[in-house]
Write a protein that binds this ligand. Structure first.
Ligand code: DAK
Length: 258
């Protein structure tokens, strides 16, 4: 797959998307999100792929939406083009596990893109921020909604109202980041984790992802009911039978994603 704004490759059962607009610190354009959407379509359709990683460069995961691309936008341009919603949300709709491997700047839409993934692994160099206020706009790609859910209202307000960047240690401490890794080995370590995930049963991984995400969008009882129904459904999956049989027979399970 050849794209103008991203590099796409597979590493075993892991699909890897690398944002590739180095001159603009991976600023996020509409075209870039079209590319990401097509790559995700292909990885989701590929039965051999069990986990997807999105990464950027060592200096920048992504420095936000492309400011030059939207500087002349009026309300009607943004509204009629369904700006952001049309293609950015594709990332949040991905059904397979998706990890953001973040090195350097993850600002504005870059931070929002990372939050659309299931978890963020950060290099020790990573810097997260929502600096939109400095441009006279507000975070519009989910920042004002996903940040408070990840880190609580106070920290989210601090980031959105002051434009302060937080480093990887603070981001992990407040729950935005799942793991911190050395910058030099971030991608390889992330791929090892992703490869481990991809060894599990894909339908069960998808059920887990759906169920955890449901906790954001429902009350506790609704969420528990959703989890319980999915759990019951898992008894109809061959891989459930295989996983339990393998444990009892003291062997490695052979999952078939069925
Ligand atoms: N857009 C376009 N170009 C960018 C960019 C960006 N976001 N960030 C950096 N660049 C470009 C720079 O212009 C520069 O280009 P040249 O001058 O070399 O041609 C090149 O990348 C290198 O950047 P710097 O020279 O500035 O590099 P430094 O190391 O000095 O600084 C920095 C790095 C990341 C601190 C700095 O570049 C910076 O502050 N960048 C802007 C960060 C930012 O403000 N991000 C938020 C963008 S706004 C919406 C939903 C969501 C959004 C919008 C609308 N709707 C629903 C309508 C999202 C908005 C955003 O993300």
């Amino acid at each position: 797959m050849n794209f103008e704004n991203i590099l796409v490759e597979t590493r075993g059962k892991v699909g890897l998307i690398t944002l590739n607009r180095p001159k603009a610190l991976n600023a996020l354009s509409d075209g870039l999100f079209d590319d990401v959407g097509l790559a995700l379509d292909a990885f989701e359709a590929d039965e051999a792929i069990g986990c997807i990683v999105i990464t950027g460069s060592e200096k920048a995961f992504a420095a936000g939406a492309d400011i030059s691309g939207m500087k002349d936008y009026g309300y009607m341009d943004a509204y009629k083009a369904n700006f952001i919603t049309r293609n950015w949300d594709r990332v949040a709709r991905c059904r397979k596990p998706l990890i953001a491997a973040v090195s350097g700047f993850a600002l504005g839409g870059g931070c929002e893109l990372a939050m659309m993934c299931d978890m963020i692994f950060a290099a020790d160099s990573a810097k997260f921020g929502q600096p939109e206020i400095k441009l006279g706009i507000l975070p519009g790609g989910g920042g004002t909604q996903r940040l408070p859910r990840a880190m609580g209202k106070g920290k989210a307000m601090d980031m959105c109202l002051t434009a302060r960047m937080i480093d990887a240690v603070e981001a992990e401490r407040c729950g935005l980041v799942a793991r911190i890794m050395p910058t030099a080995t971030l991608l390889e370590e992330t791929i090892v984790v992703a490869a481990g995930i991809a060894e599990f049963s894909l339908p069960v991984l998808m059920m887990i992802k759906e169920s955890v995400n449901r906790s954001y969008e429902s009350g506790l009882q609704e969420g528990l009911l959703f989890e319980r129904r999915s759990f019951h459904a898992a008894f109809g999956i061959n891989d459930r039978r295989e996983g339990m049989a393998a444990f009892l027979e003291k062997r490695k399970p052979d999952f078939t994603n069925s």
